[in-house]
Ligand binder design. Sequence first.
Ligand SMILES: Cc1cc2nc3c(=O)[nH]c(=O)nc-3n(C[C@H](O)[C@H](O)[C@H](O)COP(=O)(O)O)c2cc1C
Length: 362
Amino acid sequence: MSSPQPPDTSSASRASSPPVLGDPHAIPDTAFPADGTPADQLQFLLHYAALAPSVLNTQPWRFAIERNLVRLYADRTRQLRHLDPDGRELTVSCGAALLNLRVAARHFHRGTEAHPVPVADEPDLLAVLMLHGTAAPTEADEQLFHAIIQRRTNRHPFAEGPVPKKVLDDLERVAREEASRLIVLTGAAEKDAVARLVEEGIRLQGNDPRIAAELDAWLRPPGDPRRDGVSDDVQGAWDRRAQVRTPTSSVAVGKRELVTQAPAVLVLTTDTDGPADWLAAGQALGRVLLASAARDLQASYVNQVVEVAALRRELIGLIGGGFPQVVFRVGFPARHEGTPRRHMQDVLIHDPEAADPPRDNG
Ligand SMILES: Cc1cc2nc3c(=O)[nH]c(=O)nc-3n(C[C@H](O)[C@H](O)[C@H](O)COP(=O)(O)O)c2cc1C
């Protein structure tokens, strides 16, 4: 990949449209500032980036726009230090946001060049994306764009019946487009084996007080107004009658059943296991999820298997190699769910100098 070109200044003097900043779920695509500056357009497009999935809905990203260029930063204040000590899932989440941004730019006929940034340079700066020329979206691109709004994690049981093989083959192909591999498990024995690891992972994490505290900090009881984290209700972990959180041991058994019964369990892997792989895996995850949503499928994650190192090793044995990054089940939804997003003004950095806060996580 070539290095980023200097920002395009040719259109910097154009009249700019009023900046659009708001709730990403509520942004109408008709508000795209087609005659605005590249910076106005990027600001608008970031609403789609913010609709990406992220681990525990931490939304661990920040963006700094400079003319036709946007820098994607990891927001380490939102990193799960115990669950995700290396920032792997944080980076995967940011990769999914980057993919949404690329897909959205294409929909509005804007070409992009995206470059991962080597970690040694600036650890929190993950990627740079430039608006560059024009693009002609295909029908498949358009389907992905419209799926950005539709896509939701759905932790309920899926409708019975298989996902067609052709669809699963398509998802495998889509993952390869982003330098990753999707392993599809549909056999009862292989799904059972993963389900057993999931149950063990949830129990182990539940018994670790530091991880339990971290999960607690991001789970939201019913009625909590915060626009990040995951509500206990959506998580399927709230006893409505007793008004208490479901104990971990019950959650573990429930998740095991969900995985066993899923039409398909998918493991997204990479050949190596560094930050650039995590960013690629995030873009692959984003693309696979949008392609799934475009076919009315929904996904639900069981990433404990990747988070607990010993279980990840067992999983590698089960799937025959590669580095698992995300494990999820897919199926046709029987019931719909959703999580909120923070407003755009909370994730935009106006002074790029202030984007690199002191780190204490090594
Ligand atoms: C890398 C990654 C790991 C995730 N792991 C889990 C998980 O283990 N369990 C779970 O229920 N959801 C998991 N999620 C899903 C997020 O909780 C979900 O994306 C977030 O709450 C936003 O909701 P939405 O996907 O409906 O927009 C994960 C998402 C990502 C990107």
